[in-house]
Design a binder for this molecule. Structure first.
Ligand SMILES: Nc1ncnc2c1ncn2[C@@H]1O[C@H](COP(=O)(O)OP(=O)(O)OP(=O)(O)O)[C@@H](O)[C@H]1O
Ligand SMILES: [Mg+2]
Length: 421
């Protein structure tokens, strides 16, 4: 289907913000692009470097339609052909010619600068999958190619949120579990927490779950990983929240290869609207890959110098590796430990060039009780100020606003009084 509404950046005042726009990564497909202009070739080139096309094989050449026809005279066609063409008649006759050599299943995306509904119709009639108005940016190309492979009903599918601490012990796991809880409870989204700290992870303890199986069963037998298999490994915490628990046992060691978790993430993505990764504070091939490949990232930092340096380094690296994504988000945690000198949130914001989403106070009593009882903060104290902060993080990460705002809140004092009587 052609998207008639494709507009250039300037003409798109209501373009969805990156948080709202969710482009699912493309599967392992071959893409060949035939460009006419260097600008388009450059955009396609940087699209090919985007994380969402990480699995696709992309080849770019110049020469537009003529080159494409020439190329496919003898060679088989790839999964996707991207064609830049600015001449209406050449484009239509060229497409007719291509149609005779295109293998079944090959999809064609056309990039052109003619904004005309008659042309769109002719393209639709010829089975062109998408028409993207030039000038195109990298993300336009990413979007167009990825959308070919995500069904329209797949809207709910697979947003991965990676949470990592800027240092060990700063509360990254605690924050990720409470944020996932808010996503499930207050935003009513089905969510799963994947505890990637296989040796020492605390998600099982925090949600008071002791499942016999979990993420280790999947990562140690990648060939068996499919939706049904992963489903059996999940333990249900609440209506909307499931857990893929870490074994937290030491009989094995956990030295994973860079793409060890790919199958697990892909499978989760195909069934779960929201996947929260609790990533341990370490720097290895697979942790780096999990961060770069996520749809959104939250860095949890305590307000000291080492955290500041590490947060800055993570920001710099992740921004460079994800040029078509919004920057990571970060929050401060354990703020206000008595007598501890701290770096102020404003100083952090200056150095990172971004404001923390929230600054969560150090509250040893309530956080300690939650951790030891296997409860979320919201279960221990329904009105604690950190609950609003977890919800705020959840909203920023998912791009959703609260669906289940307690409508009764206006009336609840009254109801309370009546009950009291
Ligand atoms: N805001 C807070 N106030 C008080 N205690 C907190 C706060 N946040 C987290 N904690 C406590 O800090 C400890 C470490 O938290 P957590 O395990 O979540 O950190 P982490 O960054 O995931 O650590 P690791 O590096 O081991 O993965 C826990 O005991 C937790 O209860
Ligand atoms: Mg942790």
């Amino acid at each position: 289907m052609i998207s008639y509404a494709r507009q250039t950046q300037e003409e798109q005042p209501e373009a969805p913000s990156p948080a709202e726009e969710h482009i699912a990564p493309a599967p392992r497909v071959s893409v060949q692009a035939f460009c006419e202009t260097v600008e388009t070739a450059a955009a396609v080139q940087s699209a090919g470097e985007d994380r969402r096309l990480g699995k696709a094989h992309l080849k770019i050449q110049m020469g537009g339609m003529a080159a494409a026809i020439e190329a496919y005279r003898s060679a088989p066609t790839p999964n996707v052909i991207v064609l830049e063409s600015d001449a209406r008649n050449d484009l239509l006759t060229g497409l007719d010619q291509l149609a005779t050599v295109c293998d079944a299943g090959t999809r064609v995306v056309v990039i052109g600068s003619i904004n005309d509904v008659m042309l769109y119709r002719e393209l639709v009639r010829r089975g062109v999958s998408d028409y993207v108005l030039a000038p195109v940016s990298a993300i336009d190309v990413v979007r167009s190619i990825c959308n070919l492979f995500s069904a329209p009903e797949a809207k709910a599918v697979g947003r991965i949120i990676a949470v990592v601490g800027a240092k060990g012990g700063v509360g990254a796991s605690t924050v990720s579990h409470n944020v996932a809880w808010a996503i499930a409870r207050d935003l009513a989204m089905d969510a799963v927490v994947a505890d990637l700290d296989l040796a020492f992870g605390t998600a099982g303890l925090d949600y008071n779950q002791d499942p016999p199986q979990g993420i280790a069963d999947a990562v140690f037998s990648p060939d068996r990983v499919d939706t049904a298999f992963i489903d059996r490994l999940l333990s249900k915490c609440t209506d909307h929240l499931s857990l893929l628990a870490a074994p937290a046992t030491l009989d094995r060691v956990y030295d994973f290869g860079t793409d060890a978790f790919d199958a697990v993430f892909d499978t989760l993505r195909s069934t779960m609207p929201c996947i929260v990764l609790d990533i341990p504070h370490q720097w290895s091939g697979w942790t780096k890959r999990a961060l770069i490949g996520a749809d959104d990232i939250l860095i949890v930092a305590a307000p000291d110098l080492a955290n500041l340096r590490n947060t800055k380094n993570l920001f710099d690296l992740l921004k460079a590796a994800r040029p078509n994504d919004r920057p990571p988000l970060y929050c401060l945690n354990q703020v206000g430990i008595p007598k501890r000198p701290e770096i102020a949130a404003t100083e952090f914001a200056k150095a990172i060039e971004s404001q923390p989403v929230v600054s969560i106070p150090f509250e040893p009593q309530i956080f300690g009780a939650a951790a030891n009882n296997g409860q979320m903060i919201a279960e221990i104290s329904a009105n604690h100020k950190s609950i609003e902060m977890f919800l705020q993080i959840a909203q920023r990460l998912t791009g959703r606003s609260e669906t289940k705002k307690q409508k009764s809140s206006l009336l609840s004092p009254l109801i309370g009084k009546l009950r009291g009587k």
